[in-house]
Design a protein around this ligand. Sequence first.
Ligand code: SF4
Length: 340
Amino acid sequence: MIPVSTSACQDQRQTEPGWQSILQHAVSDPVELCRRLALPLSDQEAITAACQLFPLRVPEPYLARIEMGNASDPLLLQVLPQAMELQEHAGFISDPLDEQAHNPVPGLVHKYASRVLLITTSLCAVHCRYCFRREFPYDDNRNSRLDWQQALDYVRTHQELNEVILSGGDPLSLPDRQLGWLMEQIAAIPHIRRLRIHSRLPVVIPQRITKECLAWLTGNRLQTIMVLHCNHPNEIDLAVSNAIKQLCKAGITVLNQSVLLAGINDHAPTLASLSERLFAAGALPYYLHALDRVRGSHHFAVQDGRGIQIHHELQALLPGFLVPRLVREEAGHHSKSWLV
Ligand code: SF4
């Protein structure tokens, strides 16, 4: 098993694999995953079919946080393909946020007035079974410099924009050199003030926060915000906590968004513990998303009424600044809808 570094910034010993190696060697076979966790693999045929629709992907540092022999582990349930993904349910569709209607040039989504989202890559370090982009047409949104030029030209000509969001896939799965170049291009556009990076990599492979990464994140005039995606307190071990602290120490604002997921975090004390651990490391809880109704994710859905009740219970457990806002993203709306 690959050891998890307790120091996130890259003072790793020679014997430890770098983040790119960890990314490359993520577990992608459900038989191997179950063997590693001492779990029986039931329903193998259906799980193989689910993997064909959206492959399994679990990197070693995340795998190391899953409890051996526990088929209900909240981290395992986020990544293990299930037969239930094959069931069709009314209202659960391939593009629940209608992003393809807001895709004016390859690699760019423009839904909200002041900000645009760049689809920088199709690659993620982990495959979250509830991901709303599990069927996103990444092949139509390639990330060569030529495609990025088209997206950057769009940003240059739209003076009403003040913020660019790097998304994906996971933008931090790209090499630092490529991201540094992109950052320079964005910083050279005078009307852009902020750069936001949506990433799950500091959570699933905390070794990703290297000196090189911090250098391009901070080496320009933009205000930089890192929005993590963490759903359960067990996802935050010492290495993740140190990675967040490194980002904060470098002057980056660190926020977190979670998805409310049945059987994983639909429990106020669990969410309270998540907020406490995030804040202890320096990250502020930002959004708690109602599930985006993507095909194959119905078994993760929490009814709105139950979500609102959990949120009320959460308010009773935490100071206001640690309570994430419960929101839903709806196709065609100009902002997120607040459920509470
Ligand atoms: S890391 Fe983000 S983009 Fe990638 S599968 Fe998970 S939710 Fe989807």
